[in-house]
Design a protein around this ligand. Structure first.
Ligand SMILES: Cc1cc2nc3c(=O)[nH]c(=O)nc-3n(C[C@H](O)[C@H](O)[C@H](O)COP(=O)(O)O)c2cc1C
Length: 191
């Protein structure tokens, strides 16, 4: 059983984390552990009509309060496959890059790094100042993976969900989870 921690922080586009949970629910042998930051409650409320908070919570196998620093995902002795922060606000990025661990989301990310497990963050802000970029460098130097949710167009997306699935598929690739949620580039179509 692969335990994946999913953190949803309070930047725009919580729908990335929500689609990730939905897709992981259909993957055999995966167990999801969700932590929503306090700010994520607000962005989910403001940006998604079809996903009330309780529906988002119900997508995960386990869910934790962001202030519960005694939750099992705050300890490295609780073995996980890795963690995804989707999306990752600049505040949470800074907290992870500096090892602050003041809430459960950044603590679980810190634990994931110290245990040398996969940490994938989807930083969401634009434009970026030097501090944001330095935090991404620091996180990368510590072994984390920055996977900005930047859409590709080579797969000819027609819907927002096509764009979401492409980014979620890239997340699954770096977690080493097989999927067929997008069509892989196989060279240009024959003339
Ligand atoms: C609708 C909305 C959209 C936001 N979008 C972003 C964003 O894209 N990136 C970001 O870093 N912060 C964004 N914020 C600000 C964060 O919510 C704020 O910095 C918060 O303190 C982040 O807390 P957290 O990292 O603990 O979730 C947004 C806030 C709101 C209300």
């Amino acid at each position: 059983m692969k335990r994946i921690i999913v953190g949803i922080s309070g930047s725009s586009a919580p729908v990335y984390g929500i689609r990730l949970l939905e897709i992981l629910r259909d993957v055999d042998g995966v167990e999801t552990h969700l932590v929503l930051s306090a700010a994520a409650h607000r962005t989910i409320e403001l940006e998604t009509e079809e996903y009330p908070i309780d529906r988002v919570r119900s997508l995960a196998d386990f869910e934790y309060h962001p202030h519960d620093l005694s939750a099992r995902i705050s300890s490295g002795s609780f073995v996980t496959h890795g963690m995804v922060v989707a999306p990752c606000s600049m505040k949470t990025l800074a907290a992870i890059a500096h090892g602050l661990g003041g809430d459960l989301l950044s603590r679980a990310a810190d634990v994931t790094l110290k245990e040398r497990r996969r940490l994938v963050v989807l930083p969401r802000e634009t434009p970026l100042h030097l501090g944001h970029l330095r935090n991404m460098v620091a996180l990368t130097e510590m072994g984390g993976i920055c996977l900005p949710p930047v859409p590709a167009f080579y797969h000819r997306p027609h819907t927002i969900d096509d764009i979401l699935r492409h980014t979620v598929g890239k997340v699954l690739d770096v977690l080493g989870i097989e999927h067929s949620i997008f069509t892989r580039w196989d060279g240009p179509p024959a003339e």
